[in-house]
Design a protein around this ligand. Structure first.
Ligand code: ADP
Length: 202
């Protein structure tokens, strides 16, 4: 049975700003694979340093089960059978999904390439750009190496045009360029914006 347009393992990357439907699309692809009884493992970055059962959730409310992991080494450990919450054996794994891929370190790249080389369908979702509209961490490398790239857009909250960027607001005002990419404990919020209406304080 044809599982995908590709004959073997491969890398699919889904990018775009916040609210563009990356998680929705990852959930859609994983759900179809589940219906086809394929063996699937889904990961997302944990905010703390522990493994735990979690969900990938879209802003519209759909969810699928996932394992939250502190780092790439934890994904590796899980797949090689050393993880605390081992459920899927790595041999015979058909599909691996990873959401919020931008938060992992560059060591995710060789891991997913090895999996694709070994015949696994790898589906990654993540932000291509940070709040400053600069390329986000390891994402350019993943985009370059992927067989398939889908760059989704949201709707600009100012004008309704296709939004390609994520606006960070601190207390209702545009964040500063030199703010850290990952903010901890700040009163921040995010909106989808187009190029014209995306603002960064310099
Ligand atoms: P992402 O993973 O890219 O952040 P999600 O899949 O979690 O996106 O959420 C997409 C959903 O977000 C849309 O289906 C819609 O319900 C909601 N949404 C909220 N704000 C916007 C916006 N400005 N543009 C488009 N969708 C939005």
């Amino acid at each position: 049975m044809l599982k995908s347009p590709y004959s073997g393992g491969h890398l699919e990357v889904i990018v775009g700003p916040m609210f563009s439907g990356k998680s929705e699309e990852l959930i859609r692809r994983v759900t179809r694979a589940l219906i086809a009884r394929q063996r699937i493992a889904v990961f997302k970055p944990a905010l703390d340093d522990r493994y735990h059962a979690a969900h990938v959730a879209s802003h519209a409310g759909r969810t699928i089960e996932a394992l939250a992991v502190p780092d790439v080494a934890a994904i590796h450990a899980h797949l090689s059978g050393q993880g605390e919450l081992l459920s899927a054996a790595p041999e015979g794994l058909d599909v691996i999904g990873i959401d919020e891929a931008q938060f992992f370190g560059p060591e995710l790249v060789p891991l997913v390439l090895d999996l694709a080389d070994a015949g696994v369908r790898v589906i990654l979702g993540g932000l291509d750009l940070d709040f400053r509209a600069e390329p986000f961490g390891l994402m350019p490398e993943l985009l370059a190496r992927a067989e398939s790239v889908d760059k989704l857009t949201a709707i600009c909250t100012v004008c309704g045009a296709p939004a390609t960027r994520t606006q960070r607001l601190i207390g209702g005002h545009p964040a500063r360029f030199d703010d850290p990419v990952v903010l901890v404990g700040a009163q921040e919020s995010y909106e989808a914006r187009c190029r014209v209406h995306h603002e960064v304080e310099r």
